[in-house]
Design a protein around this ligand. Structure first.
Ligand code: FMN
Length: 197
């Protein structure tokens, strides 16, 4: 069975909610999710690197802080120079999700940053593959899947409510679908590799 590592930081619990929705999607698609939450002051990532090396796919998650990834996420990224030089993550499937307070909040930059990070590692990027949610009916828009209309990765918006309230059901469904899509892509990639061997 294939494993999907979900590597993320969450300062106040909102990104954690999306990480769990992503994990649910991975499980529903027949994969095994491995949730790896980065701690605020973490500097030792050896265990995370070992688990990522064993994973078939990796989904990165970060809150959007000051228009980009959070500092703990960046610490993880900078520390990944060791697997980078060993090409340890090359040809693994990759994807990402983020949460911001504002509807935009400049969070596309967070996903772009993570996509470039994955590209530097030689990983294969998977977007949402989802059409934008129904924003014609504003009363229903907050519950629509991919309501924020992101193709590069899953986006959520949390405002200042508790993680019990936000990100709301539409954003959780978007994250779940990303987990399903990545697990299926990893399975196809694995099967194709076996055929090519
Ligand atoms: C230091 C800091 C910077 C933030 N910067 C932004 C930002 O640039 N854009 C935005 O929309 N929200 C911003 N926010 C709001 C967070 O993205 C939002 O509260 C998110 O839900 C936090 O996720 P978390 O609970 O997983 O930490 C910021 C929050 C903090 C604490």
């Amino acid at each position: 069975m294939l494993t999907v590592a979900i590597v993320y930081h969450s300062g106040f619990g909102h990104t954690d909610i999306l990480a769990r929705a992503v994990a649910q999607g991975v499980g529903e698609a027949g994969g095994t999710p491995d949730l790896l939450r980065i701690a605020p002051e973490q500097t030792d990532f050896a265990d995370a690197f070992d688990r990522i090396a064993r994973a078939d796919a990796v989904i990165f998650g970060s809150p959007t802080y000051m228009g980009t990834v959070s500092a703990p996420m960046k610490a993880f990224m900078d520390a990944s120079a060791r697997p980078y030089f060993a090409k340890a993550w090359k040809d693994k499937i990759a994807a990402a999700f983020t949460v911001s307070g504002s509807p935009s909040g400049d969070k596309l930059n967070t996903l772009t940053t993570l996509a470039i990070f994955a590209a530097q590692h030689g990983m294969l990027w998977i977007g949402t593959g989802q059409a934008p949610g129904n924003n014609d009916d504003l009363s229903a828009a907050t519950e629509a899947e991919n309501r924020l209309g992101s193709f590069l990765g899953a986006m959520g918006q949390a405002a200042n409510d508790s993680p019990d309230v936000t990100p709301r059901t539409g954003d959780r469904a978007t994250a779940r679908s990303l987990g399903v899509r990545v697990a299926r892509a990893a399975a196809r990639w694995q099967a194709g590799g076996a055929q090519a061997a």
